[in-house]
Design a protein around this ligand. Structure first.
Ligand code: CDP
Length: 784
């Protein structure tokens, strides 16, 4: 009798991270670990002022310092047509300043020296004469008539507006507001913060003087895109540029833009004929690279007396810094902010978005979110809570009455997104059950009677990730598909090469699990490679939780392609017709005679040793996957806080996070992603802030001023899940990398506001320090 064969399942298993072997032993290979023979070191001189004309730059003393090989200025770059470069949003940004500096920290000159310390010391010997200009630090100032025109380098630019962009239906929304019983307004600001990855940006540029080949080791979340940009900027032939992103110590959106340091180091290596290393310092990273948020939002929600949402109007204004440099899909210049209707069935919406130049660092990057979705999710979840107070309906009940229902999917939102699947009520109910919502509400009422302040905050977020369908999404015209190339070797071991680029998310493990699930080759027999443009198929990189929805899907599809070839090989070996074979997870069995079988390893061996005449040898393939839609992960986060009436301190008592990212490949990795995101959400709500004084001096240029949380402040998280697969993703997965950063800030703020809401408090601007809470307590007559 034949024993029934059961293959191992590889989805939904917390396989230990393969990459941790090297990380835990301190054997990672980061850009700063790359040391090449004859390598020089580069340091950047940054502007101390935010807006000024450059009168002169004297580099002679720096050039005379022993060990200095060259000093590069904008003037030198201009001779090679390299003083300005294109940004990923189709704008331009200075590589090194020529006419003016337009932000504090702008790159003015670079020293190339034999030793990093000499390069750094020489910066102090460069004399720059600045003629200060009036400084613009807010987008409101920037759009006032008569404001200094920041980008006067562009002949046709006479104001500071970067974009004006609308979505939805203004007329239908106006009608909805006419019919409304109630209109609730909300006005908020999402302050500037910074992704602050543990590893700052850097590169080692190595242009071979003989072959002209440029090998650039670079902290890049999108190596292929960066190679194309380099080819366009420098006029180097693309096949002669190889970008290698080795291990990356966190990106969070910060390593998507192209930075001047990469370009100057490459140009210097080309001109000098030796490798050049540039490693950014912490202050350089915080003041000059892609920041996040800095977003003003105001809007109104129209409702009937039962709390049914009828229409939504939102205006937002974004501070883009002095260049529009985040990687927005070119069709949606304000990013995906238009998903601002969130998890709710709102029949009419109209969104107006404006962006403005200021004398600040460019960016507004997707800091652990799809382009501007964090801001949108924050806004709608804060607005819904405000509406609940104004209408006297419990925030849970108001959400329940307005959620898009499971049977409405695929659901087309009023701003044109087609949500793939969801069950919002189920996720909320699970979070409420885990939190013990009803008991906590009763405790809150008792606490108030005793003069104590307990707050409960919810956020039922909807995310949109996996850019994207190429008909809708591109960056600089490069369509946002992604890729996977799989090669199974004669002994049944495989190498998978992907177009996305991990920065710590565990792709080497989860992508191997996808192949294992499709082909039955165990993950330990699959090597996952990425981040080398010569040796991986073209892809748009990793940000905005796009890896699993795009390259993850490509991985499943290419595995299926190979499985079909393996079927032909198995049929040949077993001398049956391919359609008589049945796939059982890791082998083919003859239908009705299951002990006649060929494993995937045997089929792979045959592909190189015994393939039928007329069939190509080998077992390999490549897939470029163009997703038919984005995926829409969702969830409900619930937070309980206690507020001290004497000090304004707030303490987190509970954080419950229920996430639905469809089918989970590796639950342990998913939970790690969620916990990291919750920590970031808490940090934005509680402590992370970058501000500027009226002269444009950045306050938040080091980790003493810019506070990021340690394990000491970070609350404990309780996680739950529901599973609503994406109907179009080959394995039903949605992205998860950013959900918690997107969803949780509103839950934390809602909780602190809720503690004071009975006294009329509606808004506390992030980050909510005790000073702000104490002021609100005092104004509400609650202070002790
Ligand atoms: O693009 P990025 O890798 O930042 O985000 P992601 O695609 O959401 O994936 C983050 C990590 O979680 C990866 O290792 C994924 O493979 C894993 N993941 C998972 O195991 N199951 C999911 N449903 C989604 C992501």
């Amino acid at each position: 009798m034949t024993q029934e064969h059961t293959a191992e399942h590889w989805l939904g298993r917390s396989v230990k991270r393969k990459e941790d072997d090297r990380f835990l032993q301190g054997k990672g290979n980061y850009v700063d670990d790359i040391n090449l023979p004859g390598m020089l070191h580069m340091s950047i001189l940054r502007s101390p002022v935010a807006h000024a004309r450059i009168i002169s730059i004297d580099t002679s003393a720096a050039e005379a310092l022993p060990g200095v090989v060259a000093v590069v200025t904008g003037e030198l770059l201009a001779q090679h047509n390299l003083a300005w470069m294109p940004t990923l949003s189709g704008d331009t940004q200075a590589v090194l300043a020529t006419d003016k500096v337009r932000m504090q920290g702008q790159e003015v000159a670079c020293v190339i020296a034999e030793d990093p310390y000499v390069a750094h010391d020489a910066l102090e010997l460069i004399e720059v004469d600045y003629d200060p200009l009036p400084v613009v630090v807010t987008p409101q100032q920037s759009l006032e008539p008569g404001a200094p025109v920041i980008r006067d380098d562009k002949e046709d630019k006479h104001d500071n507006r970067v974009y004006h962009w609308e979505a939805g239906d203004a007329e239908a929304t106006a009608r909805a507001f006419e019919q409304a019983d109630r209109v609730v307004s909300f006005d908020t600001f999402y302050p500037r913060c910074h992704p602050a990855p543990m590893e700052t940006c850097g590169c080692v540029a190595d242009v071979n003087p003989v072959t002209g080949k440029a090998t650039i080791y670079m902290t890049s979340q999108a190596p292929h895109v960066h190679r194309t940009v380099f080819a366009l900027v420098a006029g180097l032939p693309e096949h002669n540029i190889q970008i290698i992103s080795p291990d990356i110590g966190g990106g969070f959106g910060n390593k998507v833009p192209v930075y001047p340091g990469y370009v100057v180091a490459t140009a210097a290596s080309l001109l000098i004929g030796r490798p050049v290393k540039w490693i950014e310092d912490r202050t350089g990273n915080l003041i000059s690279t892609g920041f996040a948020r800095d977003f003003y939002m105001k809007g109104q929600l129209a409702l009937d007396n039962d709390g049914k949402m009828l229409g939504l109007r939102v205006n937002m204004l974004s501070d883009q810094g002095y260049a529009y440099a985040d990687a927005q899909p070119s069709k949606l210049r304000a990013g995906l902010f238009h998903i601002v209707t969130g998890s709710y069935d709102i029949p009419a919406a109209h969104v107006v978005t404006d962006g403005a130049y200021t004398n600040k660092a460019p960016g507004g990057v997707a800091y652990r979110c799809s382009f501007r979705v964090t801001e949108a999710s924050f806004f709608i979840e804060r607005l819904v809570q405000t509406a609940a107070y104004e209408l006297g309906i419990d925030p849970v009940e108001l959400r329940r009455r307005n959620f898009i229902k499971p049977e409405q999917f695929p659901y087309t939102s009023a701003t044109g997104f087609v949500y793939d699947s969801g069950n919002y009520e189920q996720a909320m109910d699970k979070a409420l059950e885990m939190l013990g919502y009803e008991d906590l509400k009763a405790e809150q009422a008792r606490a108030r009677e005793e003069g104590k302040l307990l707050g409960i905050g919810l956020a039922s977020f909807t995310e949109v990730v996996g850019a994207g369908p190429s008909k809708d999404y591109d960056i600089l015209g490069l369509k946002m598909f992604d890729s996977a190339e799989l090669r199974v070797h004669p002994t049944g071991k495989a190498i998978l090469k992907i177009g996305v680029q991990t920065q710590g998310q565990g792709h080497e493990t989860t992508f191997a699990q996808i192949v294992a699930n499709e082909l039955g080759i165990p993950p330990q027999d699959i090597l996952v490679q990425h981040g080398d443009t010569d040796n991986t198929p073209y892809g748009l990189g990793t940000y905005a939780s796009r890896s699993t929805p795009t390259a993850g899907a490509a991985t499943a599809m290419v595995s299926r392609k190979l499985r079909e070839k393996a079927r032909q090989l198995a049929a040949h070996l077993l001398e049956v017709a391919p359609e008589d074979l049945e796939w059982v997870g890791d082998r083919f069995q003859v239908r009705g005679a299951p002990d006649r079988q060929t494993t995937i390893q045997e089929a792979a061996f045959a592909a190189y040793t015994n393939h039928p005449q007329g069939m190509e040898a080998g077992l390999e393939g490549v897939t470029y996957y163009d997703p038919p839609n984005m995926t829409y992960p969702f969830g409900t986060y619930a937070v309980a806080v206690e507020v001290d009436r004497g000090t304004g301190q707030w303490k987190v008592r509970r954080v419950v996070a229920v996430d639905d990212c469809g089918v989970r490949i590796n639950p342990m990795i998913v939970e790690g992603q969620i916990m990291g995101g919750l920590t970031e959400g808490f940090a934005m709500a509680a402590m992370e802030l970058i501000t500027f004084d009226e002269l444009g001096n950045c306050i938040g240029s080091n980790f003493s001023d810019y506070l990021i949380p340690t394990s000491w402040e970070t609350p404990k998280f309780e996680l739950g899940e529901t599973v609503t697969p994406s109907p179009h993703h080959p394995i039903g997965a949605k992205g998860v990398g950013e959900s918690a950063t997107v969803g949780s800030p509103a839950a934390f703020v809602n909780a602190v506001v809720d503690a004071l809401a009975h006294a009329g408090v509606r808004e506390l601007e992030m980050p909510i320090g005790p000073d702000k809470v104490w002021k609100a307590l005092a104004e509400a007559g609650l202070a002790e």
